[in-house]
Design a protein around this ligand. Structure first.
Ligand code: SF4
Length: 293
């Protein structure tokens, strides 16, 4: 039987990631010393391509200088980063996704209205690694309450009168909705004013739905993206429930899947990528698989 490889109808770079990438490349044509402040997207291939264009990445705020033209990535940054750049006359282009920007402005204004902010997101309660978007949003309010897991909700400090909750845009929707219901209940029983905004991103939900549809009709799925990309890991977890699924960061991982016979001649393979994966990478992987199997 002939091997087939089908790409998910909707996958790869979301609107916010595409916009950040396009602006970074455009900035290179118009400015000298274009510097990415932290990894633009959690994707090795994309970063390699940007480096090939001469765009360097600096991880440390204090390494940025007034000669740099700084790109702020789609995940956003705390308010203090903007203050630092302005104070030091460092020019920058803010490529924060507009969805994330509006969450940051929202928590800032809700806090001014007297609400204690709760953020559901990956703040690293087990891994110790905070997701960049949660780090950024946390920096637009004072000491927000961070919740990543249902088990943590009983530790919420109930010493405030009113609470406002937002969710990391790429957080698992099913997990977040469960946590929100439980928090609502606690707040109600404690006579607290509680309000929230569903800030989870539809771009994610659409990629998940389409990838799951594909998983249901193929033998095996491959999810392509950075192993440090939160949204790609979430995609892998959802799709794994519907077909045997493998995670690949690059062609080397595909070579490994072939050499270890995880992928076989005659397989019907589905391919999808997270919101930080470029479609070109999926197309290259498709061609590679078809040339080998
Ligand atoms: S996943 Fe949604 S919120 Fe996050 S960068 Fe992409 S478009 Fe923006």
């Amino acid at each position: 039987m002939k091997t087939t490889v089908e790409l998910s109808k909707v996958c790869c770079l979301c609107f916010g990631a595409k916009r950040a990438l396009k602006n970074a490349i455009k900035a290179k044509d118009e400015h000298n010393n274009v510097v990415l402040y932290k990894q633009l997207l959690h994707n090795k291939e994309t970063i390699k391509n940007l480096e090939g264009l001469g765009i360097v990445t600096k991880q440390n705020l204090f390494d940025l200088t007034s000669d740099d033209y700084v790109i702020i990535r789609a995940h956003g940054e705390p308010k203090s980063t903007y203050a630092y750049l302005n104070e030091h006359n460092i020019k920058y282009l803010d490529c924060t996704c507009p969805n994330v920007l509006s969450i940051n402005k929202l928590v800032e204004s809700k806090q001014k209205d007297g609400y204690k902010i709760i953020i559901i997101g990956k703040y690293g309660y087990k891994t110790g690694k905070i997701h960049p978007e949660v780090y950024g949003t946390s920096g637009w309010c004072v000491s927000p309450i961070l919740i990543e897991d249902e088990s943590e909700i009983h530790n919420i400090d109930l010493g405030f009168n009113k609470y406002f909750l937002v969710v990391q845009t790429t957080f698992s929707r099913s997990k977040a909705l469960k946590i929100i219901e439980k928090i609502k209940d606690i707040m109600h029983k404690s006579n607290k004013l509680f309000d929230y905004k569903d800030t989870m991103c539809n771009a994610q939900a659409i990629i998940h739905q389409n990838s799951i549809e594909l998983a249901k009709k193929v033998d095996k799925m491959i999810i392509v993206g950075g192993k440090n990309s939160s949204n790609t890991i979430e995609l892998y977890n959802s799709v794994s429930n519907f077909a045997p699924t493998y995670f690949a960061e690059d062609i080397d991982d595909i070579k490994h899947l072939i050499s270890t016979k995880k992928l076989l001649e005659g397989d019907c393979i589905g391919l999808s990528g997270g919101a930080s994966t470029q479609i070109e990478q999926l197309k290259a992987i498709k061609s590679y698989i078809l040339s080998k199997l």
